[in-house]
Design a protein around this ligand. Structure first.
Ligand code: ZN
Length: 277
């Protein structure tokens, strides 16, 4: 099956973290002027302004709010911290509702001081605790599996199979998964697990970027689509075959690109979106 390149930006979304040097106003203005249609807002971009005002500002620029990043970080050996995490996630749900974001992406967390199985159990408990709040607020939650190099402290959910299993176990129309090519491209089971998402109607988000070789920083050295070894378009084909019709969200953490001229960088991303996504 050959996947056609994008000829327009109608399904293109950019995360505010991608152009981190821009504040929310600048990001919305530049994204809109460049023809980008969607924006995913990171919580830090909301500071210093009433959320209702941020919402107005974004929608005035004609942008669709795709999701709020991020909730999660449930596990801890310390019960007080686990409680605080649940309280914070409830706050994220309130923020998403106020912002008009239909989805919250969950970076689930992990505590190196305990076994991964324990962290996974605490993630499941955390999600179950906040799910009724999400349902009441009309907000969906997406479990985002993270690359195994983050299993120590950022997420004990490292494959799409694990995310699907957890979503199926807890089971709610408000709970699904997020597929990020950066985290999942290496997994030989990826195509099958994406199609399983389709069967379960739980594929809520699709994040794109690329993988640098060598990767010099495990957090902030992501590449633009086409610069690395991730077959982004091929994976998009799997995602679309699974019935996904949502936004293609460009999420790039890059110390290198954050130092560049952000307008030129955005143009480079748009070109790569059309040619390599
Ligand atoms: Zn992501």
């Amino acid at each position: 099956m050959s996947v056609k390149p994008f000829t327009d930006l109608s399904k293109m979304c950019v995360h505010t973290i991608t152009t981190k040097p821009w504040n929310l106003v600048e990001a919305a203005r530049h994204f809109s002027a460049a023809g980008v249609k969607g924006i995913t807002v990171w919580r830090d971009a909301l500071t210093g302004r009433e959320i209702a005002e941020s919402r107005r500002l974004i929608t005035d620029y004609g942008l669709e709010i795709v999701s709020l990043c991020r909730g999660g970080f449930f596990p801890s050996v310390d019960a007080t911290k686990r409680k605080a995490a649940i309280a914070d996630n409830r706050k994220v749900i309130e923020e998403a509702q106020a912002l008009g974001a239909p989805l919250i992406v969950l970076v689930c967390g992990s505590d190196p001081a305990q076994p991964l199985e324990t962290s996974r159990q605490q993630i499941a408990e955390g999600i179950a605790a906040i799910l009724p709040d999400a349902v009441a607020a009309g907000v969906k939650l997406a479990i985002e599996p993270l690359h195994p190099m983050y299993a120590d402290s950022r997420s004990a959910i490292n494959t799409l199979a694990q995310a699907n299993d957890m979503a199926m176990e807890i089971r709610s129309p408000n709970l699904g998964v997020a597929v990020d090519v950066y985290h999942l491209w290496w997994d030989p089971a990826l195509e099958g697990e994406i199609s399983r998402c389709g069967e379960n109607e739980c594929l809520f988000a699709f994040h794109i970027c690329d993988w640098n070789t060598p990767t010099v920083d495990i957090l902030n050295d992501r590449a633009i689509m086409g610069e690395g070894c991730i077959p982004v378009r091929k994976i998009r084909g799997w995602v679309e075959a699974a019935g996904f019709r949502g936004f293609n969200e460009v999420e790039i953490f890059s110390t290198k690109y954050w130092q560049a001229d952000q307008s030129q960088y955005l143009q480079k991303i748009i070109q790569a979106y059309k040619e390599n996504s």
